[in-house]
Structures are given as C-alpha cells and as structure tokens.
Design a protein around this ligand. Structure first.
Ligand code: M6R
Length: 593
C-alpha cells in the first residue's frame, strides 16, 4: 500500500514530486523518483517524508520520463536502501511497485544463484532484476515473461534507459492510466490523476500497459494480446485542496454538509437499485469492511436487526475471507470501503461473488476496484478524505447504509411508510444536531487537556452505542497512541473491571433512554475504582464530565454521537504533539492482505 506515479511529458520531475505529495497519504515511510536523462536513469530516494526527498533532488532537474513512489513498509525496515525506485542489476531498468510479490523469495533465490546481488530487503527489487534477466532484445517480451512469473498483488511501473517508454504490470493493486495530448500518466489513485489527465482508464487485472513517447498507450494481456480498455473523463470538480492546518479537523467540520450531500446523492443515483423481487428473496445480510468501515457496518447492523426479520451479521473482512460464513443466492453482502481499494475487503467481495451471493459496494471512490467487482455500487458522497483517520466517510457510510436498510425494510414490508419517511426526513435534523456539537469544539478541547495523560482510555456503550464506542476508541488510539479499548458496558464486570484505577479514563456513550439506568450502574462501578468518566449523552449523569448531544432519530444516533469522539481524539493527539493526518505505522489505503 504505497503510492506510485509515472509519467511521460514536459516538466515530469516537478509534476511527479507534486503527485507524490498528494499520494503521501498512502504511505510516508520513504519516497523516491527515477529520472531518465539521455541514456541514463538517476535515482533519488530517501527515508522519511516528501520534504526529505525534495531536499536531495537537485534544483532545476528535469526530464520527460519519471517514475516515483511513496512507501508504506511491508518487506524490510524503513530505510533509504528499502525505498523505491529500484535499479535492475546493470541499471538498464528502474521500477516502482505497490503491492506484495508473494513468490519473491523463490524468484530471489533463482536470481541470486545467477550471481545477481540485492541492495534491499524488499520483495519489489526482485521485479527490477527479473526484467533485466528476462531481457534478450525486446523489452515488451521481457516484461511479459516477468509478468507471468509474478504471484501476488502488484501495480508496477518500469522505466527503460533506452526506449524511453514506460511499461506497467497490474494485478489486484490499483493502477489508473491517464492521457492528455502527448502526456501519459500512471497513478495509484484516480483522484490524484484527475488533476493531471484529460482522460483516464482503470487498468484491469492481469494487464500490461505500454506508454510510448508519442503519447500512445496500449493495453495487453499477459500473452501479449491487445485489450480494449475505455478511457473516460474524470471528475475534475473536486480539487485537491490545500489546507492550512490539519485535514482531519477540516474533514470533521465538513460532516454536516457531507451528510446532506450523501442523502441527496443516494436518491439522485436511484436509491436502493435492487428490485422488489430480489429484496423479497434476501434471507441474510452481511456488512463487511475493515477498521472504521467495519464499525459503520457494526452500527447499521444494529438498526437492521430492529428493522428486518432476517439474519444480519457484521464481519471483519479479513476474518470473512478465511472463515466459513454461509453464502447463497439469497445472501446480500454490503462491502463498505472508503477507498474501495482495501485488499481484505476486495478478497471478501471476490469470495461472496464466487459463492453466488449479491455483492453491494458502499464506497467513497466511485471508480475503485471494489466498484467494478460488485453487482451494485453506492457512492457515499463524502468527497476526498485525506487524513489517515477516517471521519466524515464514517458518518456518510452510516447515512448511506441506513437509507439502504430503510428501503429494504420498506420493500419487505417490515416497516411502514410513516417510519420509512421519518428516517429519510430525520437526516436533515441530524445535520443540524451535528452542527450544534461542532460548536462545542472548545469545551471538547478542554476535556482533551484533562485526559491526554491517561494511561488507558476505555469506551463503553450498549447496543447501538457500542459500535460508536469502537469507533471512538479506534480514532483515539490510531492518532494519539494512547492505549484504548471499547466494550459493551455490561461486559466490563466480566474481567476488564480489573484494569480500572486512577489514571484511567472511561468514555461512556449513553443515547438510549431505555438503558440509562444500566449505563449509570456501569459508570458508578468504574468511578468507584478511581477512573475518570466522560459521558456522551443527551441525558445527565451525576458527578461526571458531560458532552451533551441532542436527541435525534434512533437509527441515526451513531452518526451524531461519534462526532464528539472524533473531536476528542483530534484534540488529544494535538495536545500530545502527534502528526494527526499521518500517524505512525499507518497508511490511508491498505492494499495488501
Ligand atoms: O478504505 P477503507 O474504508 O476500506 O479502509 C478501511 C480501514 O483501513 C480504515 O477505515 C482505517 O481503519 C482507518 N485508519 C480508520 O480511521
């Protein structure tokens, strides 16, 4: 899960560096470029952020053929030696790679036996040497043989010192091709590429792409047969904005507007888009995703259980792939993914498709791999989300999934028209309620001051508040590095209560009036052991710090009560001096299993 970029065209060094900065959210362990000048390739690469790379690229350096990379380390430590691009052994070729070469060890052994030595610990370097080892007198032939020998997930761009073409090999990792006059581009991310190219195309799996100096682009299968791939005009309306400050805060503040947009987009794009006949057949629904996307499925599953009289199961994608969850033609599986490129979620979707289930992508990236894999797709309309910690996408996933479940329940006859309409109308009042919570940013930042030195933070909730607890906990730990966990409040007394002591903070989410007494008991139990308690609720609890939230429709509460937790995580991380947009060890888009 790295970012790759390659281009043939004017000012290629400057354009590649700008693109890599935009792709940095995909990995920021190291960055590098390979620049072709005359019959030579020069590589500049550096461990650390783009600023470190920019510092070593000579002023005025330019070229018409450049490839570049931002890395999220998988094989090999974070170091300059392991940074991409990699040269082949005689420096004839240089490559960048996103993905994992699963059979790299056996390929590396073969190359080593032939006397080729490696400069890095990565799987990717193998590809560079293979291309040169396979080269006789035809680069395309060498690329073809190399492509056929690789197993795993890969988007690779290869530059050649001699012909000046760029070659790409693609399987399972994202690769978008763009053209604009005689300029040709390769990129991991369509949003980034749409800023450069007039037309773009998604590269299918098992494809080789050849980009020539005259702007000609040809797609081939691994046997060398040409493939018809369609170019389309990308959405250029969404500029990659520069923000003064952090993307995360900007993205939290956008939540009310994006929720309205999500609702509008849902109806403008045809609503559920499943026929009544199909809906009546559905006997089982899965909500599948990872991290925040999984939490949104967990949340909506709780509403779906109330609204529908069928099996509803939220599952973590990486578990779904290797466990034995039943799937048949009456199974509907929602695949939730902001990026639409998460490898675990994609593998799970492939599995459901192969077992004959109905696959439904809920994504923020309309032209993602997941979208092309699923029978149906719904955009959540959150627009570009760049902070690694997902915020507005979560709220928009909740809205979109709730509208989908609402429509399914209505078509199935398990809710009446009044309830159906009420849920739709309530999205507007939800946006207003969220605006009032956002206005409390200052008091939430003061609470952050109080809890920033906690040894641990536990998030508690019951039923629909438990998924919110999970999401609040994930947000806090990923950007502040404070240990945190979420529990169904009633479960605490079965073991975890042993951890309650002074220095521990408990965040209790209590939005269900029917469960207030039960939550009050859990709060009393942890307070009695010395923990500090913060409560997110429309109701009052004695002697605890409260973040008040308004009352909204029961099925939409999760999209509101998570907002103070997003802000709390943000302010705690800021107080601790963390890089909130690019937390350590993480990347925005996890395209490896
Ligand atoms: O792009 P996706 O929604 O598929 O990403 C899934 C997770 O990797 C993502 O939500 C991750 O958990 C975020 N860092 C959470 O803030």
């Amino acid at each position: 899960m790295c970012g790759i970029f390659g281009m043939i065209g004017n000012s290629a060094v400057g354009q590649t560096l700008t693109a890599l900065k935009r792709l940095e959210y995909r990995g920021y362990d190291s960055a590098g470029i390979a620049v072709k000048t005359g019959n030579e390739i020069s590589i500049y690469k550096q461990a650390g952020r783009m600023e470190q790379l920019q510092a070593i690229v000579p002023n005025g350096l330019d070229s018409t053929t450049v490839i570049g990379h931002t890395r999220w380390a998988t094989h090999g430590e974070v170091s300059t030696a392991n940074a991409h691009p990699f040269f082949s052994f005689n420096k004839r070729f240089a490559i960048v790679h996103n993905g994992i070469i699963e059979n790299y060890q056996s390929l590396k052994n073969e190359l080593t036996l032939r006397g080729i030595s490696f400069a890095s610990q990565t799987d990717s370097e193998t590809v560079a040497h293979l291309v040169e080892a396979n080269y006789k007198d035809d680069v395309f032939e060498a690329v073809k043989i190399t492509a056929k020998s690789l197993e795993g997930s890969f988007a690779i761009v290869i530059t050649d010192t001699v012909d000046g073409n760029l070659y790409a090999i693609k399987n399972k990792s994202p690769l978008v091709v763009g053209v604009d006059g005689q300029n040709v581009y390769f990129c991991s991310d369509i949003r980034c590429l749409s800023q450069y190219a007039a037309k773009v195309a998604q590269t299918p799996d098992n494809t080789i792409v050849v980009a020539e100096k005259n702007g000609k682009v040809t797609f081939y299968d691994f046997d060398g047969n040409t493939l018809p791939v369609k170019f389309f005009e990308p959405d250029k309306t969404e500029d990659f904005v520069h923000v003064d400050g952090d993307f995360m805060l900007k993205e939290i503040l956008e939540v009310p507007e994006k929720i309205r947009r999500s609702k509008r987009g849902y109806f403008e794009s045809g609503g559920l888009n499943l026929s009544a006949k199909v809906v009546h057949r559905i006997k089982r629904i899965y909500f599948i995703g990872c991290g925040t996307a999984y939490n949104s499925g967990l949340q909506v599953a709780s509403s779906a259980r109330e609204m529908l009289d069928i099996d509803v199961v939220p599952v973590i994608a990486s578990e779904f792939i290797y466990d034995r969850y039943p799937v048949d033609s009456d199974t509907l599986a929602f695949f939730i993914s902001q990026s639409g490129e998460t490898a675990d979620t994609i593998r799970a979707a492939e599995k459901v498709a192969s077992m004959g289930g109905i696959t439904y992508a809920v994504t923020n990236t309309q032209t993602s791999t997941l979208r092309y894999l699923c029978n149906r797709v719904k955009n959540i309309y959150a627009d570009g989300e760049y902070a690694v910690a997902s915020t507005k996408a979560y709220n928009c996933q909740l809205i979109t999934l709730t509208l989908l479940i609402n429509d399914i329940a209505y078509l199935k006859g398990s809710i009446d028209e009044v309830t159906h309409t009420k849920i739709i109308d309530s999205v507007d009042s939800l946006s207003i309620a969220i605006e009032t919570v956002l206005n409390c940013g200052y008091s939430i930042s003061k609470i952050a001051d109080e809890i920033k030195d906690s040894s641990s933070v536990f998030f508690l909730g019951r039923t629909r508040d438990y998924p919110t607890a999970e999401e609040g906990s994930l947000k806090l730990k990923e950007i502040s590095y404070i240990h945190s966990e979420a529990y169904p409040a009633g479960e605490l007394k079965h073991g975890t209560l042993a951890l309650m002591e002074e220095g521990v903070t408990v965040v209790a989410i209590a939005t269900d009036s029917a469960l207030i007494d039960k939550m009050a008991s859990s709060i009393a139990e942890v307070k009695a052991r010395g923990a500090r308690v913060i409560c997110v609720s429309p109701y009052s609890f004695e002697d605890v710090t409260s973040i008040k939230v308004p009352v909204v429709n029961r099925y939409l509460f999760g999209a509101l009560s998570v907002v103070p937790l997003q802000l709390l995580a943000y302010y705690v991380a800021k107080r601790l001096g963390r890089d909130v947009d690019k937390p350590r060890n993480l990347a925005k888009s996890v395209t490896v299993e």
